[in-house]
Design a binder for this molecule. Structure first.
Ligand SMILES: [Zn+2]
Length: 41
C-alpha cells in the first residue's frame, strides 16, 4: 500500500494500492486544510 502525504503538514491525504509500501509527497497540491489556509492571502 502506498500513501500520499501533504508536503505542507505531513498528513496522509490519500492512499493507493501497491505491492510495496511507498510514501509520496503530493507535489503542487496540498490537503484540504492547507488549501484553505493558503487561499487566505
Ligand atoms: Zn496539509
Amino acid at each position: 500500500m502506498g500513501t500520499i502525504i501533504c508536503q505542507s503538514c505531513n498528513k496522509t491525504i490519500d492512499v493507493f494500492e501497491g505491492e510495496k509500501v511507498t510514501t509520496l509527497y503530493a507535489k503542487g497540491s496540498s490537503c484540504e486544510h492547507c488549501k484553505t489556509t493558503q487561499a487566505k492571502k
